[in-house]
Ligand binder design. Structure first.
Ligand code: GDP
Ligand code: GDP
Length: 435
């Protein structure tokens, strides 16, 4: 399942160093188009055969000493709401600071497991210094050095002990699970209310309401589906979370729990950084995506055509831009049925399996006419291909020198697949392997 681990602590204790160690630097994908590193605060990790997502809740409040207590509180609240396990990092060099005390106070009230990591324990002498952290009242602690990795193994052993056993390969879910995501005020609750005709998404401010993802089954307009509801989604309606980081991280659980993300953007604001981050979270998790440009009723149609608008969004989505984009209004209920229909279609696209014989019939001639460019005088021969029996589309191409196949050729193959099969809204993985 989707286990979420959150790292909390005041600035400069070494959270991001530890985070990077967990997700391994190679994961830090720099988006070649926009030039921004997009997974500074979120990544996937695995230990003892258990997979989990890691959120560095230090997020955007890095480094400053004049950090407000309110920010730390928000950071911890985010962790409490969204995580299954919380790792609280403190710094042995500084000892217990008043802010550590504040965080500990919040965490002592939590029923979720909290692991206390005393960081920067670079040598044996500092092991003794760590003893004072018992005073935080959180029990046992782990001494680590995020920089060298020392001690992190024991901490991760303890962490994975707390996570449930991995489930057997997930049964094919009969009904699509949709998560409606987007920045605050994009119109998510309005859309959901228009769709299911209830006001159940208007919720009261109850701290600690159930935080796990809940699926609610619906049958609307002839479509059956589950809507994913999480604390993160519910919360957004009431708390004004202006910081991009918080609202993006509040979608993590819903995205991970869904098959298809219905990403709502506000037409009057365009496709901005926050939308991009949420889109990227969905793509990284290999979820299907439909983009709804909402509040289209507010746009002057002579100044802005859907075609121009769509073109601009597609540029932002590069390289994964084979995604349905619909112009809707939750207010006037314009094209809501179409939106639902499209989401169901993307679900079907994501499930489709291409027969091996058909795939080879199609792809081998294409490859023959456009072979991968030779490298260092060596020719690459692709002999055979197949789709793997995985929940999301993955294709493997068997060849003699897989390491010589470069990104542009992988992209070429992906485009050919997309031209010939409907994978609209669905991320595809393509591997080259030695036969
Ligand atoms: P964050 O603000 O909590 O994310 O902290 P950073 O990860 O940015 O680290 C703050 C500083 O502590 C940086 O200068 C790191 O190099 C340093 N640091 C992190 N881990 C260790 C460690 O294990 N030992 C020592 N000596 N320094 C560390
Ligand atoms: P959420 O935070 O994403 O759940 O957004 P809400 O559904 O609460 O909507 C935010 C605001 O935008 C509310 O004032 C809605 O009435 C308004 N709104 C939502 N959808 C539309 C739409 O399609 N057109 C217009 N004009 N306003 C909308």
């Amino acid at each position: 399942m989707n286990n979420i681990v959150a790292i909390v602590g005041r600035p400069n204790v070494g959270k991001s160093t530890f985070f990077n160690r967990l997700i391994q630097r190679r994961e830090a994908i720099v988006d070649s188009v926009s030039g921004v590193t997009r997974d500074r605060n979120y990544g996937k990790s695995e230990w003892n055969g258990k997979e989990f997502s890691v959120i560095d809740t230090g997020g955007y409040i890095k480094g400053s000493d004049d950090i407000f207590e309110g920010e730390i509180r928000r950071q911890v609240e985010l962790a409490i709401d969204e995580a299954d396990v919380i790792i609280f990092v403190v710094d042995v060099e500084d000892g217990i600071t008043p802010m550590d005390d504040e965080v500990a106070k919040l965490l002592r009230k939590v029923t979720k497991p909290v692991l206390l990591a005393v960081n920067k324990v670079d040598n044996a002498m500092r092991v003794d210094d760590a003893i004072e952290f018992y005073n935080l009242g959180l029990g046992e602690y782990y001494t680590i050095a995020g920089m060298s990795g020392s001690g992190t193994g024991e901490l991760l052993d303890a962490l994975t002990e707390l996570l449930p056993e991995p489930e057997e390969v997930e049964e094919e879910e009969a009904l699509p699970r949709f998560a409606v995501v987007g920045r605050p005020n994009a119109g998510k609750s309005s859309f959901i209310n228009a769709l299911i005709g209830e006001d159940r998404y208007i919720v009261t401010d109850i701290a600690g309401t159930t935080r796990d993802a809940i699926d609610t089954k619906y049958n609307r307009f002839g479509f059956e589906f589950n809507l994913v509801d999480t604390a993160g989604i519910r919360r957004k309606a009431k708390v004004k979370e202006d910081l991009e980081f918080y609202s993006v991280m509040r979608s993590v659980r819903a995205i991970e729990h869904s098959d298809i993300c219905i990403l709502m953007i506000d037409a009057t604001r365009g496709f901005e950084g926050q939308d991009q981050s949420i889109f990227w979270l969905a793509e990284k998790n290999r979820k299907g995506v439909v983009i709804l440009v909402n509040k289209w009723d507010l746009i002057e149609k002579d100044t802005m055509s859907t075609r121009d608008y769509e073109k601009r969004i597609r540029e932002e989505l590069q390289p994964f831009n084979d995604v349905p984009i619909l112009f809707v209004s939750a207010l006037t209920k314009q094209r809501l049925l179409k939106a639902l229909e499209t989401a169901v279609q993307v679900f079907e696209n994501r499930k489709q399996r291409v027969a091996t014989s058909k795939l080879n019939e199609l792809m081998l001639p294409i490859i023959e006419n456009n072979p991968p460019p030779a490298l260092k005088g060596k020719y690459i021969k692709i002999k055979y291909c197949m789709q793997l029996p995985t929940p999301t589309p993955q294709f493997v191409f068997f060849c003699n020198l897989p390491q010589y196949v470069k990104e542009p050729y992988r992209r070429f193959i992906e485009n050919k697949l997309r031209e010939n099969y409907d994978f609209s809204g669905v991320p595809i993985d393509i591997y080259f392997r030695q036969k």
